[in-house]
Design a binder for this molecule. Structure first.
Ligand SMILES: [Zn+2]
Ligand SMILES: [Zn+2]
Length: 186
């Protein structure tokens, strides 16, 4: 679901505790397809919403587990995602005569933390999906000490040390060390 019914928000606010299959959040589906990752737990969302006039103030926590390839060794691993967020939902203003104001409204609705709603409920799916996407690490690591792949033979160095020579033999200093300098000529 991941929807808030406006008329269910009481004076003390509304608490929502829901689990939704990530496949039912279209933005997460897109990211999973493009990024080679998979959401292996439902998205667990806890929300507190309060009403102020027609504006709805939302505070929430979203959690899930994603199976994502390590950026060093490329092995998929499970990463827990947990993110706090706040958002404001405002009624969508219907474009009346002039199409130009509608463009401006769309810009405002694109803003990450403003959700436009129409009718009597707020769809939280895109907001929550965006929060989870922002919480994904840019360079996921299966562990801090991941040794990655050998840049020469491609072996996973977490599994086996490969037979390649240590890279520091290629360092420019090793060339200097190995070199015998000719005696200075008079
Ligand atoms: Zn790794
Ligand atoms: Zn190697």
């Amino acid at each position: 679901m991941l929807r808030i019914r406006i008329d269910s928000i009481t004076d003390s606010g509304l608490n929502l505790d829901e689990r939704e299959d990530a496949a039912r959040l279209p933005l997460l589906n897109t990211v999973a397809g493009e990024g080679g990752l998979r959401f292996i737990h439902p998205v667990h969302v806890r929300i507190h919403a309060t009403l102020s006039g027609e504006t709805v103030l939302i505070d929430g926590i979203a959690e899930t587990v994603v199976r994502i390839p390590c950026s060093r060794c490329l092995e998929p691993f499970d990463l827990k995602i947990k993110t706090d967020f706040s958002a404001t939902a405002v009624p969508e203003i219907q474009p009346l005569i002039d199409p130009e104001p509608a463009d401006e409204i769309e810009l405002a609705a694109d803003d990450m933390d403003v959700i436009a709603y129409s009718g009597d409920n707020i769809d939280l799916r895109d907001e929550i999906a965006q929060q989870i996407i922002m919480a994904l690490p840019f360079k996921p690591l299966c562990r801090n000490a991941c040794k990655g792949l050998c840049s020469r033979c491609g072996a996973d160095l977490n599994q086996t040390p490969c037979q390649c020579r240590p890279l520091d033999e290629k360092s420019p200093f090793s060339v200097l060390k190995a070199r015998t300098f000719p005696k200075k000529q008079e």
